[in-house]
Structures are given as structure tokens and as C-alpha cells.
Design a protein around this ligand. Structure first.
Ligand SMILES: [Zn+2]
Ligand SMILES: [Zn+2]
Length: 246
């Protein structure tokens, strides 16, 4: 039974083949997009309802607050009261642990003290939630690809740039035999399209260098990058996932 997430992904893929208004963002990894949307909603939920929720406060205390990335995403919500409540609590707790000497080095040996202290905190609760969403979205993606011809067809369209490498790995590990092969073939085609555009950029730069005798204007014209410029940012997210993913 296709899920709500499945339909959201299908819509994202099909929107690429039937473009609506011009100027909207080009295709991005749908697993990244839905994961980041889920994380954003979770942070808003903490802000709206859970700041005073005992469980959330306890989790945050055990984690020593959010991780660095999620701390600044929290800061971007500009929730003055929520920040004051959470961080008054976290700082008080940290001061208690300092008072108890919990962070003092207990181990020293012949070679001296270890250079990085042990981490006494549990993982960031938003990171844990993100891991949960990423797995759910990757499962829904694999389910859609495996069971729905319409989804496979939408994904195969050349306008669709595919998933990032981290999410390709999560999806392909959930597919078997011929379906895993088919998904892998599609992924290689999409990477190849980006590679071809990157090669065009390299060729143009080379051509510009070879025109030493020509005017500056002619050299610049030979080097000017067109639509293939988009491949520069696409290559980066295809390898690493979208910004703020990890
Ligand atoms: Zn991704
Ligand atoms: Zn985190």
C-alpha cells in the first residue's frame, strides 16, 4: 500500500518531467528533501509544544543539547522563550557536572593524556529522529521503485537527477536482484549525465587557455559556461547529499 511519502516523492519526480512555472528549483534528491523537511518539522514541534515536555528536556539533558548542526538550525527558529528554557536547563546541568569533576581526565599513562576527551553524552535527539525518517523514506522509495511501474518510469526520465550517493546506498540495500540492478543502472546514467556536463566545462576552460594569441574577449567567450553550470552544484549534492544532511 503506497504511503503519503510515496505520493510526495512521485509528485516531485513527475513535476520534473512536466515543469510548471519557470525558475523553480531543479530536481534534488527526494530522500534528502523529505528528510530535511521532517527534521525541520520536528524542531518546530519542539519549539511549539515540547519545550516544556519532560521527556524532550531529559533527552536533551542527556545529550548535552543538540549537536552542532542542529543547534544552529534551532537558533534559526528564533524562539526566545524556548531557547531560554532549554539552555538555562542545559547550562545548569553542565555546571553541575563540572562541579562534580566529571570532565577531568582520569587516565594518563606513560605517553601522557589522551588528546581528545571521551564524550560522556548520548546522541543528539534530532540526529536520532533524522536517522528514523531517512530509513522510513528510503524504505518508501524502495517500495515505490520495486512495486510501481509509474514510479520507475518517472524516476527514469532524464530530467530527474536521481538520489544522492548516501541515499542510493540506503535504497539499493532494500532492493533485490533485477530491481537492484535496474536502480543501479538508472543511478549510473544520472551520474554520467552530470559527468558529461563537467567534461564540457573542463573542455571550455582548456579551449580558453589555448587561445593565448586571441583577444581577451574571445578567450572569455570560449570559457563562458552555460546551462552546464548547474552540474557543479549537482555533482556536490550527488556525492554528499544536500547541505545540512549530515
Ligand atoms: Zn539524498
Ligand atoms: Zn543532531
Amino acid at each position: 500500500m503506497p504511503t503519503q511519502t510515496y505520493f510526495e516523492m512521485l509528485e516531485m519526480l513527475e513535476a520534473e518531467v512536466h515543469p510548471g512555472r519557470p525558475g523553480r528549483p531543479r530536481h534534488l534528491c527526494p530522500v534528502c528533501r523529505l528528510t530535511l523537511q521532517g527534521v525541520d518539522r520536528f524542531l518546530h514541534l519542539i519549539s511549539l509544544e515540547n519545550v516544556t515536555d519532560v521527556d524532550t528536556r531529559l533527552q536533551l539533558r542527556q545529550a548535552g543539547g543538540f549537536c552542532n548542526r542542529h543547534s544552529y538550525q534551532w537558533a534559526n527558529l528564533h524562539d526566545a522563550l524556548g531557547t531560554a528554557i532549554i539552555y538555562e536547563d542545559l547550562l545548569r546541568e553542565a555546571a553541575k557536572r563540572i562541579e562534580k569533576g566529571e570532565f577531568l581526565s582520569r587516565r594518563s599513562n606513560f605517553f601522557g593524556r589522551s588528546s581528545s576527551p571521551e564524550n560522556p553524552f548520548s546522541p543528539c535527539p534530532v540526529c536520532l529522529y533524522q536517522e528514523e525518517i531517512e530509513n522510513r523514506v528510503a524504505s518508501d522509495f524502495a517500495g515505490g521503485f520495486g512495486e510501481q511501474a509509474r514510479f520507475r518510469q518517472a524516476y527514469a526520465a532524464p530530467q530527474v537527477a536521481g538520489t544522492c550517493l548516501p541515499h542510493y546506498r540506503r535504497v539499493v540495500s532494500r532492493l533485490d536482484g533485477p530491481l537492484a540492478e535496474e536502480f543501479s543502472d538508472r543511478q549510473r546514467e544520472k551520474f554520467k549525465a552530470t559527468q558529461n556536463q563537467l567534461k564540457q566545462i573542463i573542455d571550455k576552460m582548456d579551449a580558453g587557455r589555448k587561445l593565448q594569441q586571441n583577444s581577451e574577449e574571445e578567450r572569455q567567450q570560449a570559457r563562458s559556461i552555460g546551462d552546464e553550470r548547474e552540474a557543479l552544484t549537482r555533482a556536490i549534492w550527488q556525492m554528499a547529499g544536500l547541505e545540512d544532511l549530515s
